[in-house]
Design a binder for this molecule. Structure first.
Ligand SMILES: [Zn+2]
Length: 253
């Protein structure tokens, strides 16, 4: 296994014709490559504009007894690639839809790819590559070490239930929305995942599956033979099919 970088992905995977975009990331950065300028917030990296909006939202929430903390912000292509390959190689647990462990050896390559995609993004397609998206929890009611990022924690009786109710009512006032909602997105519901619409909407418009294909063809990606022929469909389902920005579509009932 290749460890500690050395695969030369930092900006070197895309041809020179792919240049600047209208958003604060250049094209390689849209796929998690390169080194975007990030602001650190509680140990996570966010684009500066996103960090400012988050701080304003967290301050307002704190006044109402909700302590919003960030479990995960920016994540690089290299990091997502390591997660993907570890799952493909059985070095990291692989879970089915119900969270039960699956033996990767019992699956053919196509089934293995689909099983990984249930819970992990294909490298290059994670919204965490953009610096606009973050996973949040209520650090006054659960520690980061105990947090599992499962939907039950965000239901009304869970430690992050009050946080989730507050976000459904107020996140849109600060530009944030929940892109992953049941029935409204290709990715399963993630009531902890927020996205900053003023930047992530134009970034999604810049996302190009042909450029992603160029990146993946050159990356040391497991299951490449399964991924590349289906890339357009995977991008449609997991990248473009998201819940719309604005107030939450499904207020807690
Ligand atoms: Zn997330």
């Amino acid at each position: 296994m290749r460890e500690g970088g050395g695969s030369g992905t930092a900006g070197g995977l895309l041809p020179a014709h792919i240049g600047k975009t209208a958003v604060p990331l250049n094209q390689p950065e849209l796929y998690g490559l390169g080194t975007p300028a990030l602001t650190e917030v509680g140990g996570a990296g966010l684009l500066p504009q996103v960090a400012r909006a988050f701080e304003a939202m967290a301050t307002a929430a704190r006044d109402e007894g909700i302590a919003i903390a960030i479990a995960s912000g920016y994540r690089s292509f290299e990091r997502q690639l390591a997660i993907w390959n570890a799952k493909a190689e059985g070095k990291r647990p692989l879970l089915d839809r119900d969270g039960t462990a699956i033996d990767p050896a019992s699956l053919d390559p196509q089934q293995l790819m689909e099983a990984i995609l249930l819970w992990s993004a294909l490298p290059g397609t994670s919204r965490h590559h953009w610096g606009t998206d973050l996973d949040v929890f209520d650090c006054s009611r659960i520690t980061k070490a105990d947090l599992q990022l499962v939907p039950a924690e965000y239901q009304q009786t869970g430690p992050c239930g009050a946080l989730h109710d507050w976000l459904e009512a107020h996140a849109h006032e600060y530009g944030f929305f929940f892109p992953y909602q049941a029935g409204l997105s290709g990715v399963s519901a993630e009531p902890w995942h927020l996205s900053y619409a003023p930047l992530s909407v134009p970034m999604l418009a810049e996302f190009d599956s042909h450029d992603l294909a160029l990146v993946l063809e050159q990356a040391p990606l497991a299951l490449k033979a399964q991924v590349l022929p289906r890339l357009d469909a995977l991008v449609r389902h997991y990248v473009h099919f998201i819940a719309p920005p604005g107030p939450a579509a499904h207020p807690n009932s």
